[in-house]
Design a protein around this ligand. Structure first.
Ligand code: PLP
Length: 401
């Protein structure tokens, strides 16, 4: 009989979205006449379709696969040079120098932020924020690693900063943040980078929402900070930027400067390890998707994406203005598709979830699903349609009187 990985016993059930679905279904069954009124502003999936340039590139690439002379089979595990160069050029246009050779193409930031845990030994001090994107915690738990939480609270604007009394080895940062929508300033990231360099720690920087940053001066990449190439890995994704949640494309930057010691004391290169890991366990992102991604990373391709993001920004504006009118404190919505706010009337997040569903037929995400610091908070997303978002917020305001 195989002995199973007991660490899976310690992973919390993926309870959040299943429980939301269960409660919505129960409500629909009890009040079938209200079912068609339900508006979902809870999930993090996009609604705008792929951009014209992405679709054209996909179609042309698919057609080229029908011709023996242009057909492509297995590609490089790291991704094609043309798309790695396109991403390096995208960074360059944002004033950041990243070498194409440090960029690894993948099928999702979820996979990569999860898989990278393999490169690290068990006895590291791993810092994650709370509230947190649950993948960071669950993947470490599956690997038998424990995490240490750093609190994101209203007092620190949900942007935890280093605690000098904790000597971390691995630090997860996500900015703009899911679920809180908060975004680190360059000065704050510099403090993290300096801390990491002093402690010989590595920062795993999740930049999945970088394209949502609109306020001038806020960093879209940790490499905007001096010294970050010596201490940070960065994850990017086209899921939200270009509507690729179903098409699947992401990238991970692992600078060659990142060398650390193995438990045995031997110096190892993180880039070489990631390369070895990907070459062994991954056979690449589909060629046609890489062609579409290369089209997205051009100047014109990104302009098209920004039009879609502006659509979501308008929804975020509708949500944040309604909250402001009600005097409810919130973060996010400006540089992020997520809006995070304190549940009115001192309610707990699941209590507020039920209250909003039952009285306004609006579905959001209870903050408790992202950690203990989310217990009194709620997340709404800007990924709906204008009509539904406006209607949801009209009902929200009416409900709160
Ligand atoms: C913070 C964060 N990182 C990564 C991901 C995963 O993105 P991908 O679709 O590229 O796997 C998400 C998706 O919701 C996310 O919120």
């Amino acid at each position: 009989m195989p002995k199973l990985n007991e660490n899976y016993l310690h992973v919390k059930d993926s309870y959040l979205f299943a429980e939301i679905a269960r409660r919505v279904k129960a409500y629909e069954e009890s009040y079938p006449e209200k079912a068609s009124r339900i508006i979902r502003l809870g999930i993090g999936d996009v609604t705008r379709p792929l951009t014209p340039r992405a679709v054209k590139a996909l179609q042309e690439a698919a057609a080229s696969q029908a011709v023996a002379e242009t057909f492509k089979g297995y590609g490089p595990e790291q991704g094609y040079g043309f798309v790695r160069e396109a991403i390096a050029a995208y960074y360059g246009r944002n004033g950041v120098q990243v070498d194409a050779g440090d960029i690894f193409i993948s099928d999702g930031a979820k996979s990569d932020t999860g898989n990278i845990t393999e490169l690290f030994a068990r006895d590291n001090v791993i810092l994650v924020p709370d509230p947190v994107y649950p993948v960071y915690v669950d993947t470490n738990t599956m690997d038998g690693k424990e995490v240490v939480y750093m609190d994101g609270r209203e007092e620190n604007h949900f942007l935890p900063m280093p605690d000098e009394s904790v000597k971390a080895d691995i630090i997860y940062l996500c900015s703009p943040n899911n679920p809180t929508g908060a975004c680190y300033s360059r000065e704050q990231l510099k403090i993290w980078v300096d801390y990491a360099l002093r402690n010989q720690a590595v920062i795993l920087f999740d930049a999945a929402y970088e394209a949502f940053v609109t306020e001038p001066g806020l960093p879209r990449s940790i490499y905007e900070v001096e010294g970050a190439r010596k201490c940070a890995v960065e994850f990017g994704s086209l899921s939200k930027t270009a509507g690729f949640t179903g098409t699947r494309f992401s990238y991970t930057v692992v600078p060659g400067e990142l060398t650390f010691c193995a438990s045995s004391g031997e110096e190892m290169s993180l880039r070489a390890m990631w390369n070895r890991r990907q070459s062994t366990k991954f056979n690449g992102t589909p060629y046609i998707v890489q062609c579409a991604a290369a089209a997205v990373f051009t100047e014109e391709g990104m302009e098209e994406c920004q039009e879609n993001l502006s659509y979501y920004r308008e929804n975020a504006r509708l949500i944040t203005e309604a909250l402001a009118r009600k005097g409810i404190p919130f973060t996010g919505g400006v540089n992020s598709p997520y809006i995070w706010f304190q549940c009115p009337g001192g309610m707990q997040s699941w209590e507020f979830f039920d209250y909003l569903l039952e009285n306004a037929q609006v579905v959001g995400t209870p903050g408790a699903g992202f950690g203990k610091n989310g217990r009194n908070y709620f997340r709404l997303t800007a990924f709906g349609t204008h009509e539904k978002t406006a209607e949801a917020m009209r009902r929200f305001e009416e409900l709160l009187g």
